[in-house]
Design a protein around this ligand. Structure first.
Ligand SMILES: Cc1ncc(COP(=O)(O)O)c(C=O)c1O
Length: 466
């Protein structure tokens, strides 16, 4: 085996395109940045060029890079132990993180199963829900189906791809996927014609009511990404929808899973997105599972968590021979280094980055985004807390989208790179998720650069005279 050696920048570029297989990337066209270091919200590539990270390292970096508190927590943990298995063993940092998450979460979401990534956390919730119906006090083995939103995205494992509904990620694998009951994609922007958002909310809920009237008895759980479906295209749910779907789940006696991998951990201006519709104050409406990932370790280390209610937990208790055990686990589940980072993240939320402290920044972000609405190819600007997206359209009146292969937001991102801003495109949508720690000056630079880049692409399309 070759020892580690210092590679030239040219070697790095070559190897990065030919040996590293990048996620969601066409490797024959690949030309990504190679980052050498990062500090705060800024990345520096191997050529020394700096970029403002407007994507928070794919929505997970909460407080920037080289955060003294996070670096210190991990260094300190390294002086004890980097990893112990969580099969038959534990570590104080992991135990403490579980307890703090349980305390932070509303109601009886008191039990925490750790995994390494978002898809695994969602898959854990799905398997737990499935098994629950087989061993609860009123077993219902006929419950084999999940209800999911059209266009949902819940991860890339076979289970989570099954409940996801983004056809370009899913259709190839359809022979491998299990059948899912799918309702419409609740969408405030491209809502049914002639309806205002409140009417649309009621209409979407009536569709889910119909689905539950027909299928509740065979349904394991409804899986929901609360308030705004991120990877699905930053699709916002109309007002009242989230509360309404939680009420339907309770009325029809099915479980519900809140996938807060993207929207949780303060990203939307509330610690958990379910808080936007007051669900945290009404314990009867709380989800049975709350999935967290991404920001859980501040974007430092791979960790996710599935929080479960006491009702679920109790159904798994029994003697070994009863076979009520959850036979599932991941090698690095509950990793102490990641847990130490997670504890430091919760400390930072308690001190510098309380949700109340974030309010003026969210307002400033909103002001920064406002001018984008004037641009000809901007159909919609959606924002919830520090999570925003621009929906680029061919026609503002009809909301006609650009074709997928026109790669419109990729064109904007390319221009942004030249200006020293990194955003990752998503079809026709331009997601903007800066770290929660970004300062006003950088937010101004970010939004100004986006404005200029979209304007340039408009000109290229002949939509606006120079
Ligand atoms: C809502 C949602 N669920 C699940 C996932 C999967 O998370 P991971 O990429 O960490 O597996 C994502 C990732 O973007 C997500 O946005």
């Amino acid at each position: 085996m070759e020892p580690t050696k210092k590679l030239s920048n040219d070697d790095l570029r070559h190897l990065d395109k030919t040996v590293v297989w990048h996620a969601f990337s066409q490797m024959s066209e690949y030309d990504g940045l190679i980052i050498d270091s990062a500090s705060g919200c800024w990345l520096t590539d191997i050529d020394g060029k700096r970029y403002l990270d407007g994507t928070s390292a794919l929505w997970c970096n909460l407080f920037g890079h080289q955060v003294p508190e996070l670096d210190g927590a991990i260094r300190n943990q390294l002086t004890r132990v980097a990893h112990v298995t969580n099969l038959g063993m534990s570590h104080p940092a992991t135990i403490q993180l579980a307890q703090r998450l349980a305390n932070l979460a509303p109601g009886e979401l008191n039990h925490v199963f750790f995994s390494g990534d978002g898809a695994s956390a969602v898959e854990v919730a799905m398997k737990l829900a499935f098994q629950y119906w087989r061993q609860c006090d009123t077993p219902a083995p006929e419950r084999t189906k999940f209800i999911a939103f059209g266009d949902a995205y819940h991860g890339d494992t076979i289970g989570t791809v099954s409940v996801s509904g983004v056809s370009r990620f899913q259709s190839l694998f359809s022979p491998l996927l299990f059948e899912v009951l799918r309702g419409p994609c609740p969408d405030s922007f491209r809502r049914p014609s002639g309806m205002d958002p409140n009417q649309a909310s009621q209409w979407y809920l009536s569709e889910y009511r119909k689905l539950l009237e027909r299928h509740a008895d065979e349904t394991v759980a409804v899986i929901v990404e609360p308030m705004i479906q991120g990877a699905a295209g930053f699709v916002t749910q109309p007002p009242g929808f989230l509360r309404g779907i939680a009420e339907l789940c309770r009325e029809f006696g099915v479980l519900w899973i809140a996938d807060e991998i993207a929207v949780g951990m303060g990203r939307t201006g509330r610690m958990f997105a379910i808080e936007h519709e007051g669900i945290h104050n009404e314990h009867s409406l709380l989800p049975d599972f709350l999935c967290l990932g991404k920001g859980l370790t501040g974007g430092y280390l791979a960790m996710s968590a599935t929080l479960c209610s006491t009702r679920i937990w109790n159904a798994f208790l029994g003697r070994h021979a009863e076979m009520k055990t959850f036979f599932h686990g991941h090698t690095y589940g509950g990793n102490p280094l990641a847990a130490a980072a997670g504890n430091a993240v919760l400390d930072l939320f308690q001190t510098q980055y309380s949700m109340a402290n974030l309010t003026p920044k969210i307002a400033h972000f909103q002001n920064c985004l406002a001018p984008l609405r004037e641009l000809e190819i901007v159909g919609d600007v959606r924002q919830l807390g520090m999570m925003a997206a621009v929906d680029l359209v061919k026609n503002r009146e009809s909301k006609e989208p650009f074709g997928w292969d026109e790669r419109i937001s990729a064109k904007v991102c390319k221009r942004l790179l030249d200006k020293g801003v990194w955003l990752r495109p998503l079809g026709n949508v331009l997601p903007i998720l800066p770290p929660l720690s970004i300062n006003d000056h950088d937010l101004d630079f970010l939004s100004r650069s986006i404005f200029e880049s979209i304007t340039e692409v408009q000109m290229e399309l002949g939509k606006l005279e120079p």
